[in-house]
Design a protein around this ligand. Structure first.
Ligand code: PXG
Length: 464
């Protein structure tokens, strides 16, 4: 049997990968031609690949490695828990210490009275839980007609059938018969792309009021919940105008609609506060968490719910749960991660020190001729590439053509900066130092210069 080690030549690893491994969100035949990049190790904010390249990971894996790579304390917490109690479930009237301790810790950290957690293995599962939670809540309240969940186009809430239905990604809906019934979508608050001549504040109000119009259209007695990411992540780091969230909150309150904040990305320090709900002064009834909860060291997610929702649910048997709901090893790792985030004041550092430092440099990228907008909140930023800055114009070429060129050049410059369409995005580990911010910005500028030149050479600097 072949042992898969880091010492095999890259080409051999790539061939084995291509032969047997189907990648998510990937055209696997094209990847097999090219060969996947093999990541072999990581420390702090740096990745190492199988050819020895050192790459600055400005995406924190998939928006999740908040405390950075290589923290032995988390490995030790996992090993300790595996020796003591590697697995037990939380069905059938049992529990265990890691699940209890993490639930208590989360209740303390979460805003408002989100004092109860239902565990999952990730964000998608947690959002599937939320669909059933919200509908069951209203049924238990004697309003079984309140079933519809309103979400947004270009939202990302995960890849399971329920979560992908909540999401507003047309490419996902096109495969497998989605969305499931009872989920509808309104427009996203993307001022840059759709605001035209409106001020961002007026546009934010206009987009929020689409929720009120949709509730009126469906009937308040039929709507269970509205779900949204405080800042859209996978949609391209779309930062809403300041007017947006207060109006959404008002509408949810006025029409008795549960507000579900999907904080899978924005939670655990990403926006410079523990939760995006604090950054935008939102009072969610349910909050989706995952990713930064364990900094990606173990698969865990969950739904945090308010006293009111938990109280209503408590009166019935909620016929729902996963084998790994509250997995003891994942809970132990999450607890250790939260201890480090708290004791090392990592969230405060993003808010007060490194966040403002990165913000100044990131926003200055808006002066680059290739950049139509440069925005950032905490450690979550985006750049919109454009052929015509004053007009905020998109490219004539299909969306993503230019973004992909920039992403490839970024990787060559040893910077993991992603593209969503023609937006470039970052969400670095929260431990990124000022010196590392300088490196990130230097590589981003080099990438913008080179990508601009490449787009010019290919005749792509044409507005569409
Ligand atoms: N909600 C949000 C807001 C997310 O960003 C999920 C739910 C689903 O979580 P799980 O743990 O089931 O993946 C996510 C996940 C990307 C990308 O390309 C983003 C995510 C996942 C994979 C890729 O930006 N976000």
């Amino acid at each position: 049997m072949t042992r898969i080690t880091n010492h095999l030549p890259t080409a051999q690893l790539q061939a084995l990968d291509a032969a047997h491994h189907l990648h998510p969100f990937t055209e696997n035949a094209a990847l097999a031609q090219k060969g996947a990049r093999v990541i072999t190790a990581a420390s702090g904010v740096m990745l190492t690949d199988s050819d020895g390249a050192e790459i600055l990971d400005a995406m924190a894996g998939l928006w999740c490695v908040n405390i950075g790579y290589g923290r032995a304390e988390l490995a030790e917490a996992a090993a300790r828990q595996m020796r003591e109690l590697p697995y037990y479930n939380t069905f059938f009237q049992t529990t265990h210490v890691p699940a209890i301790a993490l639930a208590e810790r989360l209740a303390r950290l979460a805003p408002g009275d989100l004092n109860h957690v239902f565990y999952a293995s990730g964000g998608s599962e947690a959002n599937d839980t939320n669909i059933r939670l919200a509908r069951t809540y209203w049924a238990e309240k004697g309003k079984p007609e309140k079933q519809v969940i309103i979400s947004r186009h270009n939202a990302y809430h995960g890849s399971t059938v329920g979560a992908a239905s909540l999401g507003g990604m047309s490419g996902m809906h096109a495969q497998g018969g989605l969305p499931i019934p009872g989920i509808v979508h309104i427009d996203e608050p993307n001022w840059y792309a759709a605001g035209g001549e409106m001020s961002p504040e007026d546009f934010g109000l206009e987009r929020a009021r689409q929720l009120e119009a949709k509730i009126a259209e469906i009937g308040e007695d039929k709507v269970a919940a509205f779900i949204a990411e405080p800042i859209q992540g996978a949609g391209g780091v779309i930062i809403p105008p300041e007017s947006y969230w207060p109006e959404i909150q008002r509408i949810c309150d006025a029409h008795e609609i549960l507000l579900i904040a999907d904080e899978v990305i924005t939670g655990f320090g990403r926006t410079g506060n523990w939760f995006g709900a604090e950054t935008y002064a939102i009072r969610p009834d349910i909050m989706t968490i995952a990713k930064g909860l364990s900094s990606g060291y173990a698969p865990i997610g969950g739904s945090l719910v308010s006293d009111e929702v938990a109280g209503v649910l408590a009166a019935t048997e909620f016929n729902h749960g996963y084998t790994y709901s509250g997995h003891p090893v994942a809970c132990a790792v999450a607890l250790e991660n939260l201890r480090i985030l708290e004791e090392e004041r990592i969230v405060e550092r993003v808010r007060e020190e490194t966040g403002p430092y990165l913000r100044e440099k990131w926003e200055a990228l808006a002066d680059h001729p290739f950049v139509g907008e440069a925005r950032i909140v905490g450690f979550m930023g985006s750049l919109a590439l454009t052929p015509d800055k004053p007009a905020r114009a998109p490219f004539a070429a299909p969306a993503g053509t230019v973004g992909l060129i920039a992403r490839e050049i970024s990787f060559e410059n040893n910077l993991i900066m992603r593209h969503v369409g023609d937006r470039m995005i970052i969400a670095p580990p929260l431990v990124l130092s000022k010196a590392e911010i300088d490196t990130l910005i230097e590589r981003a500028i080099r990438t913008l210069d080179e990508a601009h030149e490449e787009a010019r050479k290919q005749g792509l600097l044409v507005a569409g």
